[in-house]
Design a protein around this ligand. Structure first.
Ligand SMILES: [Zn+2]
Length: 871
């Protein structure tokens, strides 16, 4: 393993030469909304550290019309655009000496349909239904260069001062508060002469990375509050800000928690949480102006569900954590993206759990993701992908823009989070926080590497953290610990845990182990070799490893240990039981155990109905059911699945009991949807009845159940039902309701209806990111992934026009992940060769691995069912 070095600007990776460093940008943007273009000008103060003959900076899809250096004009022939590398080279007649200089540029660019650079969003206005347009930006990882030419690498921190021209009735929002607004009496140049416009000048930002700039403008409105001296606003399109109340209150709470945790108060005068009606599906942590797709921020108490509320809190907590971890201190280069994302995921979950213990977020599958959200079936998603041959270390080499975009994956977010959780529980909460405070204080307004974080934590704890961490961040994969008892001695052996990955290179880890005798307190040891012994363990006591599931490893017990654990099962905590379910299911996938072992454990669980536990079983049933599409065993499994899940639903019933808490509301919906999927006649017809009543009187159906009921109705829809759902979807201006209706349309199984749903993705009915992923939803829920792929193949260009930077490479491969037939893996390889850019290679490889795994697993599951695994 190569020990990484602390941050050093000069040796930080990147394409841009380090001799010239911008310190201040002053940027003016004039959009032409009708033409979907903009004109811009900027002046950049440069600190030239040693004499240079050329200036090299980034630009993409931006035309440069004029340049001056120190107010002297540069001839057009000296401006060289390198499209492939997204660079501009400005050749200088004379060497530019060390010292201060300035560069001024005039340029023009595009207002995009997809969420890259500056983009437009079409939406229906709340209340009036009028068709409107708004502008937004999305720059991470490498798209600020589509808005203005710049040194677009994260270690080139600079101050940015933005000015923009917009219609007078618009609200414009950026990182900093508005400094001045001036009405402009526009010399009418042709069309729409009557539109009054204004110039909005924002205050200058502190030194920050270019990808953190933001501009959102449109007919917006705001509600506001204040916390710890910071102005907090929730901003949405006109008519919708009233649904920002929950986000506003949550932000105030979260901000104060972080002010205390990090030991450095939030450094900007204001924090805006901005709900945008399109562009992308997730959220983006722009400093002082965080953007969210509407459903990630707006909560309508009358129409939104309990799970929406929880997701909003989690996403806000994640994005707000970035204001320190990511914005105040930024990873030096994209190879350390996990520092931003793993940390924000861990911190956001910790904060959410602190204020909302009733949600049990550490056990729930809804780990928030940004800037895009992909669908997954397992709450331990990162352990699933980390077990495969296509995994990579948390820290990975990144040399191109495409690699920077593909770094936003499960490993970066969730393995990063899982490792930090394990490390915190090993070092202790206080010690860990002290280390974080030292780290933030030492690196604020600057950049850092993973080594800087480990150094701070080592100093705070007196423990060599980098020795423990190296195996987890610099090696791919994770271990399984096997427990063997002989008398009072327990031998622990670690090996790499893999799925569908024969002959995987062997690694071992420094594992912060936790264990307990059921009924006793928790002990911890650092396992630094491949074997470890625990002595004096009474032979009649159950011993559990990985207490509270805080460790990022699997455990396999020998028979004697397992039987003792099973006898003690009712005494284990929910987290420990969920941990056993997750480990056994993973071992079924890895062919270390059979399906019968998993369902044997399920049958032994206590009868209490708890969300995290039952939801794990729901996910497994859902996975197996879809794996068996097209095989006779599917019906047999559905009958079995109903007998496993139905008693839990019958205990809950259709109606919420007083004070039952949000977890059971979420579980009830999850069980309805899955029992519907498993063809439970009673549930399906009850959903139909409730839907009919809902159409007449929406208040008759609890918002917590709507998505599930619509989904079941959509799954078995006839044409009239499909049309009703579609009509409802067209009519509503609530993005959350829209999403529920269109997901129901995507679930339809009838091939004619599937084709109608797919057509919608080519229209303007949905925001671009939602339209694009409708095809994936069909692939997943319709039982006909082949129809979704056939459609996508025929319309690929039109679909990709709607994709953002993170989405475009993975789009086609993602549609294959629902196939369980090896010939599809071959088909994807062939398709990729002639149709996909080389930058899709990783996504193709992952999808091929998934199809091959599913094909093998399917065979095994069918054989095991034939052998009585469900008896
Ligand atoms: Zn993030």
């Amino acid at each position: 393993m190569s020990a990484e070095k602390p941050f050093d600007f000069k040796t930080t990776p990147g394409k841009l030469p380090k001799e010239v460093v911008p310190s201040d940008y002053s940027i003016r943007i004039v959009p032409d909304i009708d033409q979907r273009t903009f004109d811009g000008s900027e002046t950049i103060q440069l600190d030239v550290r040693s004499a240079v003959r050329e200036l090299v900076l980034n630009a993409a899809d931006v035309g440069i019309t004029a340049a001056t250096v120190d107010d002297k004009r540069v001839p057009a022939s000296a401006i060289k655009i390198d499209h492939k590398n997204e660079l501009v080279r400005i050749e200088l007649a004379n060497a530019l000496s060390a010292g201060s200089h300035n560069l001024s540029l005039r340029f023009s660019g595009k207002i995009n349909e997809q969420g890259r650079g500056l983009f437009y969003m079409r939406y229906q206005e709340e209340g009036t239904g009028a068709k409107k347009i708004a502008l937004g930006t999305q720059f991470e990882a490498t798209d600020a260069r589509r808005f203005f030419p710049c040194w677009d690498e994260p270690s080139f921190r600079a101050r940015f001062q933005l000015t923009v021209i917009v219609p007078e009735n618009w609200l414009a929002v950026s990182n900093m508060p508005i400094e001045s607004e001036t009405r402009i009496d526009a010399p009418s140049s042709g069309s729409s002469a009557a539109t009054a416009i204004k110039e909005v000048r924002f205050k200058t930002t502190p030194p920050m990375a270019s990808y953190l700039n933001v501009l959102v403008a449109g007919e917006l409105e705001a509600i506001e509050t204040e916390a710890g001296g910071t102005q907090i606003r929730v901003i949405a399109t006109k008519g919708k800000a009233k649904w920002g109340r929950y986000a506003l209150e949550s932000t105030a709470q979260i901000l104060q928690y972080y002010n205390d945790y990090f030991g450095v108060p939030y450094p900007l005068p204001k924090l805006d949480q901005i709900a945008i009606p399109g562009g992308f599906g997730g959220a983006m942590e722009n400093w002082g102006g965080i953007t969210y797709f509407e459903t990630g921020l707006l909560f309508d108490p009358e129409r939104s569900s309990a799970s929406t509320k929880q997701r909003i809190y989690e996403v806000i907590a994640h994005e707000t954590a970035h204001q320190w971890f990511g914005n105040l201190v930024t990873m030096a280069w994209w190879d350390n993206l996990w520092l931003n994302e793993g940390f924000a995921s861990w911190m956001g979950t910790k904060c959410t759990a602190h204020f909302n213990p009733q949600w049990e977020v550490w056990l729930s599958k809804a780990v928030p993701r940004d800037p895009t959200r992909r669908t997954g079936i397992s709450k331990e998603l990162e352990m699933e992908s980390d077990a495969r041959s296509t995994t990579h270390p948390i820290q990975q080499t990144v040399s191109t823009e495409a690699e920077a975009n593909s770094a936003f994956d499960d490993i970066t977010y969730r393995k990063g989070q899982a490792f930090l959780l394990m490390l915190e529980s090993f070092l202790g909460e206080e010690t860990f926080r002290n280390g974080i405070r030292d780290y933030i204080a030492a690196h604020k307004y600057s950049n850092s590497t993973t080594a800087d974080l480990w150094n701070a934590l080592s100093e705070a704890s007196g423990t060599p953290v980098s020795e423990i961490a190296a195996g987890w961040t610099e090696q791919p994969g994770f271990p399984i610990v096997k427990m063997k008892r002989s008398g009072e001695n327990v031998e622990l052996i670690q090996e790499r845990f893999t799925v569908n990955f024969p002959n995987a290179p062997a690694f071992y880890w420094h594992i912060p182990l936790t264990y307990f005798l059921v009924g006793n307190g928790i002990g911890s040891r650092l396992m630094t070799a491949t074997t470890y012994g625990l002595m004096g363990i009474p032979t009649d006591r159950a011993l559990k490893l990985n207490a509270q599931r805080a460790g990022n490893y699997r455990v396999q017990y020998d028979r004697a240990s397992w039987e003792l654990l099973m006898a003690a099962l009712p005494e284990l905590s929910l987290a420990d039981r969920v941990n056993l379910l997750g480990d056994v299911w993973a071992m079924v996938q890895a062919n270390r155990l059979t399906l019968a072992s998993y369902f044997g454990l399920v049958r032994k669980l206590p009868r209490r109905v708890e969300l995290a536990e039952r939801d794990q079983i729901v996910d497994v049933c859902d996975y197996i059911d879809r794996l068996l599409i097209g095989d006779l065993a599917r019906e047999q499994f559905q009958t079995f699945g109903r007998t496993i899940l139905r008693p839990s639903f019958d205990q809950l019933g259709w109606d919420a009991k007083p004070n039952e808490g949000p977890r059971l509301a979420i579980l009830r919906a999850s069980l309805i949807q899955e029992l519907g999927e498993l063809n439970d006649d009673e549930i399906v017809s009850a959903c139909r009845d409730r839907f009919q009543k809902y159409v007449i009187d929406p208040s008759s159906l609890n918002p917590d159940l709507r998505a599930a009921v619509f989904w079941v109705v959509g799954h078995y829809a006839d044409e009239a039902t499909w049309d009703t759902l579609h009509e409802l979807g067209l009519r509503t201006t609530s993005i959350e309701e829209k999403q529920n209706y269109y997901e129901a349309l995507a679930a339809a199984r009838n091939p004619q209806l599937i084709s109608k749903t797919l057509q919608i993705s080519l229209t303007d009915e949905l925001p671009t990111s939602r339209a694009l992923y409708l095809v994936g939803k069909v692939a997943r829920s319709s039982d006909h992934p082949e129809l979704a792929w056939q459609f996508a193949k025929a319309n690929m260009q039109a679909l990709l026009a709607k994709a953002d930077a993170v989405g475009s490479d993975s789009y086609a491969p993602s549609l294959f992940r629902f196939f369980s037939d090896r010939s599809r893996a071959e088909e994807l390889k062939v398709y990729a060769k002639t149709n996909l850019p080389v930058t899709s290679a990783k996504d193709v490889e992952k999808a091929v691995d998934e199809v091959e795994f599913r094909a093998d697993f399917r065979k095994r599951v069918i054989a095991q069912i034939a052998n009585g695994a469900l008896k």
